[in-house]
Design a protein around this ligand. Structure first.
Ligand SMILES: C[S@@+](CC[C@H](N)C(=O)[O-])C[C@H]1O[C@@H](n2cnc3c(N)ncnc32)[C@H](O)[C@@H]1O
Length: 306
């Protein structure tokens, strides 16, 4: 029997939270939007964003969503549906430490081109959401080493991956700590220079995703959250003893402990003033490359045009 008009108008009762099967559909839509925003067409990256549950890593809600400029707004409830926005979520809001922008990570991960079976080193894992995206892409035949500097966060990463054999969580300085040779080194914090280990441990054909940021904060106020304003992400690819370099994107990101020094900071600030980062093609680990060949010239390394 067809419903009467009174029945048809009766309010539908929704449960407080979306059901897991509804969330799976929401996640598929989220993955499509994230990749579209990144202007990326990569089925492996899309499948990973559709599969990984962001709420598993961020812990119980409501969650603080970062709204521009620097205001955290709690989600209306602890329904994980609110996490499937292309938005930053505060992990430690008072330190400006966030779960990064999904479209930026989709773009950077696609640029790193990870493949099933590869070893990825993820530096600055936070609570592990993007570690999980990487682990999904390399699959059970690959593995991810996740390194996090902050004690509490490193513990959360370890807990979040309990029982997942293709992820190893380490606490420490990703610019110093020992790790196995890698096909991809995915750095999620702003450096002023390349750490030696990132270049030494990159396999032949391996790719380093490397954010470089200057010391300028977002505002004029010294109390401002120390996210870096002037930043550029480079993709470095190892070919034997050569390091090919390519600018990928501008970036504002939390600083990388252990991979910042005053000389490189000065060289970086001067390079940003000069412009021309998009023409960079090489990273050299020496200080004798002629000035006119360099975009950024630090005492013992440079980013150069050929
Ligand atoms: C911008 S947050 C990103 C967190 C995570 N990738 C995300 O999007 O959820 C940067 C992270 O890098 C960590 N970090 C900073 N310097 C580090 C270092 N030298 N080694 C490992 N982690 C570092 C910080 O503690 C912070 O958790």
């Amino acid at each position: 029997m067809p419903p009467t008009s009174e029945q048809a108008a009766a309010p539908t009762r929704f449960s407080d939270k979306m059901e897991p099967e509804e969330l799976a559909i929401v996640r598929r839509a989220y993955a499509k939007h994230v990749l579209a925003n990144a202007d990326v067409n990569d089925v492996r990256v899309e499948a990973a964003f559709a599969a990984v549950r962001r709420e598993h890593f961020l812990g119980p809600g409501p969650w603080p969503m970062l709204r521009w400029p620097h205001r955290y707004v709690p989600t209306p409830s602890d329904d994980p549906v609110y996490l499937y926005q292309d938005a930053l979520v505060g992990i430690i809001p008072e330190r400006g430490l966030n779960n990064g922008q999904p479209w930026l990570h989709a773009m950077l991960i696609a640029a790193a081109a990870p493949r099933p079976g590869e070893h990825i080193v993820h530096i600055g894992a936070g609570v592990g959401y993007y570690t999980a995206i990487l682990a999904h892409i390399v699959g059970e035949s690959g593995r991810v080493t996740a390194i996090e500097f902050d004690d509490d966060l490193a513990m959360r990463v370890a807990t979040n991956f309990t029982g997942q054999p293709n992820v190893r969580a380490l606490r420490g300085d990703g610019a110093q700590i020992e790790f196995d040779p890698a096909d991809v080194i995915y750095v999620n914090a702003g450096a002023t220079r390349p750490a030696d280990i990132w270049l030494d441990r990159l396999n032949d054909g391996g790719r380093l995703i490397w954010p470089l940021t200057s010391d300028k904060g977002f505002g004029e106020n010294p109390e401002d959250i120390p996210i870096q304003r002037r930043g550029a992400v480079f993709r470095i690819e190892r070919r034997g003893n050569e390091f090919l370099a390519k600018w990928i994107s501008a970036v504002a990101i939390f600083p990388c402990e252990g991979a910042r020094d005053a000389d490189s900071e000065r060289a970086l600030a001067a390079a940003f003033e000069r412009g021309g980062w998009e023409r960079v093609t090489r990273l050299y680990r020496r200080g004798d490359v002629p000035d006119e060949q360099c975009w950024l010239r630090a005492p013992d390394w440079c980013l150069a045009y050929e």
